[in-house]
Design a protein around this ligand. Structure first.
Ligand code: GLY
Length: 263
């Protein structure tokens, strides 16, 4: 069964409704410094009862030390097996937070609230969680689907052009492996003057393309490997960029990987 995806134009009210229907003892919110500044203020008023854990922004912090910090924060603030973790942020936050949820007391409930295009269409859905290890991308992790994913288009307004392009690369990947119709819709979309209403429709289509595959093969034994298209080379570019201390956005590495792998 796939994770319920809630699409919304008003994050605060969607989150508030979702929380009202859930049973949990304590609420924790994981976010990064950048998201805390740009996105968190718009949802803060419905999360006042939660304890916020803020980690540094950037893929280099998708690291065991950051994960230890999250475990420590959960533990020292009384998280139990019945606590709920909201991961608010980009792919780094939803990956690391999902893995913290998968491992803390052998698994607590978590909800992903992606704030970047990349995490909306890819990282936050499908249940892959994890961290980088010894400069290898996503080397340690678990399949642990979120209880729910809330996709709020209002967060897209906080993204600059490079972050939009980075997320769009994963959408192009979904277009290439799903249908000619979706591919044509993506090719018609103008990233230079993005219409956020159209983008939201494309995001929903893109998530469906991913979910169609994940439902058939949640733990990547066969067809889910198609979702790694562009990533074998892409992760090599990304790892090299990280080692050179000139990190690149994940989607750019994937786009270069798609071109290389198609060739
Ligand atoms: N990002 C590829 C997958 O979720 O399988």
């Amino acid at each position: 069964m796939s994770t319920p995806i809630i699409t919304s134009n008003n994050a605060a009210s969607s989150i508030s409704r979702l929380l009202a229907d859930l049973q949990y003892d304590r609420l924790f919110i994981l976010t990064d410094a950048q998201t805390a500044k740009l996105c968190y203020p718009s949802i803060e008023q419905v999360l006042t009862k939660g304890y916020r854990i803020t980690i540094p922004a950037g893929d280099k912090y998708k690291h065991i030390n950051t994960l230890c910090h999250v475990w420590e924060e959960l533990s020292s603030h009384g998280a139990t097996r019945h606590s709920l973790l909201l991961n608010v942020g980009g792919g780094m936050v939803t990956d690391l937070g999902g893995f913290a949820a998968a491992t803390y007391k052998r698994g607590i409930k978590h909800i992903n609230i992606p704030t970047t295009l990349l995490s909306m269409v890819d990282a936050a859905v499908g249940g892959k969680t994890g961290i980088n290890f010894q400069s290898l991308k996503n080397e340690i992790g678990a399949f642990y689907p979120a209880y729910s994913v809330v996709v709020c288009s209002e967060f897209l307004r906080t993204l600059d052009k490079t972050n939009l392009a980075s997320g769009f690369a994963e959408m192009i990947k979904h277009g290439l492996i799903s249908s000619e119709k979706h591919w044509a819709q993506l090719m018609r979309f103008d990233l230079n003057i993005p219409n956020l209403n159209t983008l939201q429709e494309l995001i929903i289509e893109s998530i469906h393309a991913k979910e169609f595959i994940v439902e058939q093969d949640p733990t990547e034994q066969h067809i889910r490997k198609a979702l790694n298209f562009g990533h074998t080379l892409g992760h090599a570019y990304e790892t090299l960029a990280m080692r050179r201390d000139t990190p690149c956005l994940h989607g750019y590495a994937v786009a270069w990987g798609l071109i290389g792998e198609l060739y």
